[in-house]
Design a binder for this molecule. Sequence first.
Ligand code: KG4
Ligand code: ZN
Length: 388
Amino acid sequence: MPNDALGTGLILGIESSCDETAAAVVRRGTETLSSVVASQIELHSQFGGVVPELASREHLRNIVPVVRAAIAEAGVSLAELDAVAVTQGPGLAGALLVGITYAKALALGLGKPLIGINHLEGHIHAVLMEHGEALGQGDAPLLALVVSGGHTHLYLARRSGAPESVAWMYRNVGRTVDDAAGEAFDKVAKLLGLGYPGGPWIDRLAPFGDPAAVPFTFSPVKRRGAQARDAPEFLFSFSGIKTAVLRYTQTHGMSEVIERRRPTTHPLRPDPDVVRACVEDGTLDRTTLDLVASFQRAVVGSLLKQTFAAAEVFGARAILVSGGVAANSELRRRFLAEAARCSLPIAFPSFALSTDNAAMIAAAAWPRLLAGELAPEELSATPQLRLG
Ligand code: KG4
Ligand code: ZN
């Protein structure tokens, strides 16, 4: 679509790849007029993880009211939209299908273009939409760490050419070979009898423990054969540390204290007052707190080491970090300090845009709309969709 054919610059974004049904209206990829997120955390927390069938059912229940709320909060009419954007993948097939089917029908009914967006590209745009200018311009690529419950990936991101209407291009230069970092936070929290999702719990508890108490180590993950001779790739592995935590709980006789605090005595959110009370009354004992602090120190250390090594190898002009784990306090503190040491600009999304939302989907769609990259009629859910 040529630039001058665009009227309002308004895009309605729809996201339903996992356990959040979200809709947002964003103008020209940067100005968020509304961002509505219906979280299913409460539903899934009783199972200690996302149950795909329940997620699809909830998306079906939520999609209409969430989109209506996003349009109403933005104070616009559907007729004013320039396009509808929707997450195509990666994610849960049934969950993705709800958003895609709805977005397709809406776009068709309104006679508006539809744009399919990769969820991971969305996470990158959560940062670009807020801090694009601070990350500067130039030929050197940006390095993006996308770190969430389902992903731990490093991407080089660049625009080929000056005009605003050129879409972003990505190259995958790092990945986990097993668990995602957020998955490790969730699994470790679960095996320590803490609430779901585990990341926020571990984040709040870590300052009460000694991060040097348990010396976790990561051995370098090696690529084999011909692959290893190709371009450099930065690999992560987080399943070993999860097993090491489990073994530690077994060798230190922690099962009783874990089982005692496991049940539903926890509130759904790791509220700081509740955390402090649990530390004071011993529900959260010293061994657990030290273990949690040491675990977080090690995981953040691994993410930091690989990210800054990749930034150096690829001559990145700046780093951006996105995805649920980008909300982690220790991660932000240590990444900021290291970036300052290396004189590299770095940016994180606001906390609301760190976890899944639809503003990032609408933002990612803007350059694609300008470049005329519309979804084909047969757009369908792509659970294993790759980026770069
Ligand atoms: O991006 P997101 O909402 O969904 C996925 O695409 O996966 O990320 C959710 C993940 C969960 O694993 C959650 O435990 C983690 O992000 N997370 C955190 C924090 N807040 C959320 N991990 C560490 N520290 C946090 N403060
Ligand atoms: Zn996500």
